[in-house]
Design a protein around this ligand. Structure first.
Ligand code: FE2
Ligand code: FE2
Length: 235
């Protein structure tokens, strides 16, 4: 188990060693799908971590909204309580959108990347929506594995910054506001809090999949960084 070192006390520590061992066909399908997408992302982006973050965060912001929508509709049909899942999933979607809004301040998407995002959003939204209808458990497991990979990618991004291959500039104003970072916060601080967000999503989604599988959750949920109550900055 590896614990990342922190640069600011308010940034929660991240357990980098968390991995859900696939159990059953649904888990293996989710893991295989995730690893296939990981290979595609590694091939397409290589070490362009800012651009990787932009494209992948447009995808990452989809599952929470799909899960919230379908859970909302299920609760209406069954006239039952959601156990807090809907707000959790909507918050996840908003948090991922804030990751995107932060990284477009760091790297500008190319025209080709914008076209990729358009196509991928249609395909991924429809595919994930269908998967969630068929097996919400597998859908949450997919997100849990996506988030495991996100933690790894942001750890590589940190190494890129620490080894000087990417300049560690000032944190964008939107990030300082959203994560309540100090005025002198850097891009490295931003990547640390984003990675902590991803670790939290990882554990929440694996936990939801475990609940739907009728199994006890294997790991404790990683702490969530502090976020601004109002995500819009004052003009
Ligand atoms: Fe994210
Ligand atoms: Fe995430």
């Amino acid at each position: 188990m590896t614990i990342a070192h922190q640069t600011a006390p308010r940034i929660p520590e991240v357990d980098l060693g968390v991995h859900h061992k696939a159990r059953g066909f649904g888990d293996r399908l989710a893991y295989g799908f995730t690893k296939t997408l990981r290979f595609c992302a590694d091939t397409f982006f290589a070490r362009r971590y800012g651009h990787r973050a932009i494209v992948l965060e447009t995808v990452a912001a989809v599952p929470g909204m799909v899960g919230a929508t379908l859970t909302h509709l299920r609760c209406l049909r069954n006239m039952c309580d959601d156990q807090g899942w809907i707000r959790t999933l909507m918050e996840e979607a908003e948090n991922e959108r804030m990751h995107l809004m932060t990284f477009i301040e760091v790297a500008k998407p190319t025209l080709f990347e914008r076209c990729v995002i358009l196509g991928v959003q249609w395909v991924f939204y429809l595919a994930f929506f269908t998967l969630y209808l068929v097996s919400a458990r597998t859908a949450h497991r997919v997100v849990g594995y996506f988030e495991e990979e996100a933690v790894i990618s942001y750890t590589h991004f940190l190494a890129e910054l620490d080894e000087g291959r990417t300049a560690n500039g000032a944190a964008p104003a939107i990030a300082r506001h959203y994560w309540k970072l100090p005025d002198d916060a850097t891009l490295r601080d931003v990547v640390l809090v984003v990675r902590a967000d991803e670790a939290h999503h990882r554990d929440v989604n694996h936990g939801f999949a475990d609940v739907l599988a009728g199994r006890p959750t294997a790991v404790a949920t990683a702490p969530y960084p502090t976020h601004a109550d109002d995500i819009r900055m004052a003009a």
